[in-house]
Design a protein. Structure first.
Length: 388
C-alpha cells in the first residue's frame, strides 16, 4: 500500500486550505455541497471546526509544514473566539456564518472533539493555553459522568441543565447514552493522556474502557450496541460496521496509552474480536457497508467507514500478524482510490450508493463532512505503519 502522503497533502489538506477558508468572516465556511457548490452563509458547526483543528495540528506535528500550523492556528483562534461559551463553559453546537451562536445546546460528543483538537494543538505547538483548555474540557466532560450507572450522559442545555432532545442528529435515537459519544470521549482522553499525567484522567480512562467491555460490547456477537437508556438497557438492534471497526483500534490505543500489560492483553483480544465482527460488513469488492438492522443491510459505502476500516484492519494485522487483515486494508484502500476519492474536484465523495453511483445529495464538506477520518487514516499509515 502506498500513496497516503500524496493523498493527504495534495488532495485532502490542500482542498481545505484552498476552498474552505472564510476570508471575510473568519475561520472556515460551513458548507460545500455534494455538487461542489460553496454556501458561504451556511452555519458553522463546532464538530467541523474542532476536527479541522485536530487534523491540521496533527499534520503539522507529523510533517512540520508551516502552512499546516497556520491553518491549525486559524481553527484554534476561531473556536476560542466564537464557539467557547464564555459564561457557562464548553462549546456551542452551532454558530451562524458571522459567528453568532444559533444552537447553544451542549452535546458531550462535541465537547470531546474540542478536547481532541486542543490536546493535539498542544502536542503540535506547546501552546500552554491549549493545554489549559484541554484540562478544562476534561473537567467539564467529567461533570457529565453518571455516578450511579456509569458512562456519560448525552446532552444538556446551554447552562448544563437536563434537556429533552439529546440527539446528535435527526437520524439518531433520543436516548441518554450512546456508543458514539463514549467512543469520542475515549478518543480525546487517550490523546490527553499523552500530554498530561493526571490520576483522575487515568481513572476516567480505565473506567471508560471498562464501560465498552462491560456495557457497550455485545459479548455474543462482538458488535457494539449503539443506544442505551440511563441504566444501560439496549435500545437499538442496529449494527454499525464503521463504528465497530473504528472502535476496534481506538479501544486498543486507549488501553495501550495506560501501559498496563494485563489490560492491554485483554483489550487486544477484544479488539480483534470486534474487527472480525466488522468484517461481516465487507463487500466482494473490498468496501465496507454502512450498517445492518435486523436482516436488512444498508449497502451504502460511506467515506468515513472506508477510512476507518483501513486503519482498523491494519491494527488488527499489527496485533495478530495475520496477513489476511492487511489484505483487507489493502483492498479497501484500493476501493477508496478508485471509487471514493474525487480526483477532479478534490476531497472525497460522501459515499457510493448501493447501486454504486456517486452520492451528490450529501456534502463534500460541511457539518459532518470533515478532513478528520480520511486525514487521520493517512496520518496513521504514515506515522505508525511507515506507509507513505
Amino acid at each position: 500500500m502506498y500513496g497516503f502522503r500524496e493523498e493527504l497533502e495534495n488532495n485532502i489538506l490542500s482542498f481545505w486550505i484552498e476552498k474552505m477558508q472564510d476570508k471575510e468572516h473568519g475561520g472556515f465556511y460551513g458548507r460545500i455541497d455534494g455538487n461542489n457548490v460553496l454556501h458561504p452563509r451556511a452555519n458553522k458547526g463546532a464538530i467541523l471546526n474542532a476536527r479541522i483543528l485536530w487534523t491540521f495540528s496533527s499534520a503539522y506535528r507529523i510533517l512540520q509544514n508551516p502552512k499546516y500550523l497556520k491553518i491549525a492556528q486559524r481553527a484554534f483562534d476561531y473556536i476560542v473566539t466564537y464557539f467557547i461559551d464564555k459564561t457557562y463553559g464548553g462549546v456551542y453546537w452551532e454558530v451562524d456564518y458571522k459567528g453568532n451562536p444559533v444552537n447553544t445546546k451542549k452535546q458531550t460528543y462535541v465537547q470531546g472533539f474540542a478536547l481532541y483538537g486542543f490536546s493535539e494543538f498542544y502536542r503540535a505547538t506547546g501552546n500552554i493555553y491549549a493545554l489549559e483548555l484541554a484540562k478544562e474540557f476534561f473537567c467539564l466532560i467529567e461533570k457529565c459522568h453518571d455516578n450511579e450507572s456509569g458512562g456519560y450522559l448525552e446532552a444538556y442545555t446551554q447552562d448544563w441543565k437536563p434537556i429533552d432532545d439529546m440527539r446528535l442528529s435527526e437520524k439518531d435515537a433520543n436516548e441518554k447514552k450512546t456508543m458514539n459519544t463514549h467512543l469520542h470521549v475515549l478518543e480525546p482522553y487517550t490523546n490527553l493522556c499523552r500530554i498530561w499525567n493526571d490520576e483522575r484522567l487515568e481513572n476516567a480512562q480505565r473506567r471508560l474502557i471498562n464501560v465498552f467491555i462491560e456495557k457497550i460490547l455485545d459479548q455474543k456477537t462482538n458488535h457494539l450496541n449503539l443506544f442505551f437508556d440511563e441504566q444501560w438497557d439496549v435500545k437499538s438492534s442496529a449494527v454499525s460496521y464503521g463504528h465497530d471497526i473504528e472502535a476496534s483500534w481506538l479501544l486498543f490505543e486507549a488501553a495501550e496509552i495506560l501501559g498496563d500489560e494485563e489490560l492491554l492483553g485483554k483489550v487486544k483480544t477484544i479488539s480483534l474480536g470486534i474487527a472480525n465482527a466488522a468484517s461481516e460488513g465487507l463487500d466482494a469488492d473490498g468496501s465496507m457497508f454502512y450498517e445492518k438492522e435486523g436482516n436488512h443491510i444498508d449497502r451504502e459505502r460511506h467515506w468515513w467507514v472506508q477510512a476507518e476500516a483501513v486503519v482498523g484492519f491494519m491494527y488488527a494485522y499489527k496485533n495478530s500478524h495475520n496477513i489476511l487483515y492487511k489484505e483487507k486494508a489493502s483492498r479497501i484502500w484500493n476501493y477508496i482510490q478508485n471509487q471514493i476519492i474525487d480526483s477532479e474536484n478534490g476531497e472525497w465523495y460522501w459515499s457510493r450508493l448501493p447501486n454504486n453511483t456517486i452520492n451528490n445529495k450529501d456534502d463534500k464538506a460541511g457539518f459532518w463532512k470533515c478532513p478528520y477520518h480520511n486525514g487521520r487514516m493517512c496520518m496513521e499509515m504514515i506515522e505508525h505503519f511507515i506507509l507513505e
